[in-house]
Design a protein around this ligand. Sequence first.
Ligand SMILES: [Zn+2]
Length: 327
Amino acid sequence: MGDWVEFDAVKQAVSLEAVLHHYQVPGLRRRRDQVAGRCPIHGGQRDDSFRASLSKNAFHCFSCQAQGNVLDFVAAMEKCSIREAAWRLQRWFGVGTAAGPVQPMAWGLRKVELVREKEGCNPPLRFVLTGVDHGHAYLQQRGIDRALAAEFGIGFYSGPGLMSGRLVIPIRNPHGQVVAYAGRAVDGGLPKYKLPPGFRKGSELFNIHRAAATSSQTVIVVEGYFDCLRVHQAGFPFVVALMGTSLSAGQKSVLTGRFDRIILMLDGDVAGRTASQTISTKLSEKCTALLANVPEGAQPDQLSPAALRDLILEARQGGSELFGTKV
Ligand SMILES: [Zn+2]
């Protein structure tokens, strides 16, 4: 990373809420957009010396007198310069790059935070599952090679706990933090997919952090994790999975806040086709919604890369830009 750093862009793109989240500051109380608690910078005894306004993106500590914006906060937490703080925020949140202007994702972040606020978010996990086998036979059967599985963090988990003996699939928030693992049965066991109790599926889109980090204005929306992997494999990294057939208000805001054009590629069954109609109606108020016509009885994860490409190009007919070229 060179000397280039765009302070204003970083301040614009990263909310104080996201940064407080990043540090997992314990015991903060929140009332509307005001946050109060023990100061994460100096510590201290009082549990109300630290105050932050999320709408103003500003904080103040009445004890140690630290105050300012996200850059000041990170500089104080990391005991580093403002410049170094900006670099760290760029790295953590994928904001802008030394090479050019702020990437579109940066502009989506605020919106994403607002949505999370409304619906309640899934906090980042404080642990990672280790010893995950990316080369498990089940993955091979489904055409997922070790490299792709490792890239997505997917693999068989034989350790203890809720996901024991299942294929684990990390679900990440738009910042790339893991908020849950989905556990898929590999032996026909039920439920087919297990999610942690209390997990709010409607607050997340599988693979959004990767899709949003591309320069594409188009996003492909599929139902399941494996559909998503398949489309990614076929050369379209701007793909997300709904983890089902419904689109929540939160998911809709995230998608339309970041992308202009949405290609719905749900399963070729009654549920998928009905959902496609409902969802495209919802989306078309805000953006261009296009349908990919998955063959009857098929789902995207069963199609060849060439067939997927054809479906996507077909859906794009009527659109004028070339696509996939800028990714
Ligand atoms: Zn303080």
